[in-house]
Design a protein around this ligand. Structure first.
Ligand SMILES: [Zn+2]
Length: 72
């Protein structure tokens, strides 16, 4: 699942996003990658609650759009 977030990343966010998209991470095993993503999500939950809020509000909307596409 891809999320497009519109928010102001802090220093820590930038570091983690860089780590997540680094070549080392791209070739890391599944567990390391999911650990890193979980760490980032946890940081978002605690430090950028507005992002989590926005994602939660956006999810049902996205699902509806998909269903609409399906029935067209
Ligand atoms: Zn941050």
């Amino acid at each position: 699942m891809k999320l497009y977030l519109d928010f102001e990343p802090c220093q820590e966010c930038n570091t983690m996003m860089k780590e997540l998209s680094s070549p080392e991470m791209l070739f890391a095993d599944e567990k390391t990658r999911s650990d890193e993503s979980a760490k980032f999500l946890r940081h978002l939950t605690y430090n950028h609650n507005e992002v989590v809020q926005a994602v939660m509000e956006d999810l049902p909307k996205q699902k509806k759009d998909q269903e609409f596409e399906f029935f067209k």
